[in-house]
Design a protein around this ligand. Structure first.
Ligand code: THU
Length: 157
């Protein structure tokens, strides 16, 4: 038997002003995208912004439904739209922000398991690492690739 360990490296920033210009713009787009959220059940307004390899930014937000499983997270809204509209372009980065009652949450919202799996799929499809930027009012976390949020990714069919 061998004991093994997986370590995750990420960067923590105190403010989006500490990000480089492109990442700051993506973080701001994610915050802006929270305004499109339709979350009458949870009151948790999530925004996501993806940056394509063309530099174009696409926004998405969570959309809830009275039949709960019919709703969808912000990240998948943005990624599905990006892939459906620009099937030839890789997603370079995704930023995610969440607000409640119009106020950006201090701590970053971390993507659910289903969204991580979808990120993994588009990272493989794009053939390059997808950066993930989780935007909170008091902390910003940046990961280099989806593998960091989903170790031992399933992608083997
Ligand atoms: N949600 C997202 O859109 N993204 C996340 O990363 C976490 C959760 C949504 C789903 C649901 O509409 C609400 O937030 C509460 O879970």
């Amino acid at each position: 038997m061998t004991s093994k360990e997986i370590k995750i490296a990420y960067l923590e920033y105190e403010s989006i002003d500490q990000l480089d210009n492109r990442d700051r713009e993506l973080a701001e787009a994610a915050i802006e995208a929270t305004k499109g959220s339709y979350a009458p059940y949870s009151g948790f307004n999530v925004g996501a912004a993806v940056r394509l390899d063309t530099g174009e930014t696409i926004k998405g937000s969570n959309q809830e439904n009275a039949a709960y499983p019919s709703g969808i997270c912000a990240e998948r809204t943005a990624m599905f739209y990006a892939s459906a509209t620009y099937p030839e372009n890789a997603i370079e980065a995704i930023a995610i922000a969440a607000s409640q009652n119009g106020i950006l949450c201090d701590t970053p919202a971390t993507p659910c398991g289903a969204c991580r799996q979808v990120m993994a799929q588009y990272q493989t499809k794009g053939g390059r690492q997808m950066e993930i930027i989780l935007v909170g009012g008091k902390k910003i976390w940046k990961f280099d690739k989806v593998d960091d949020l989903l170790p031992l990714i399933f992608d083997s069919i």
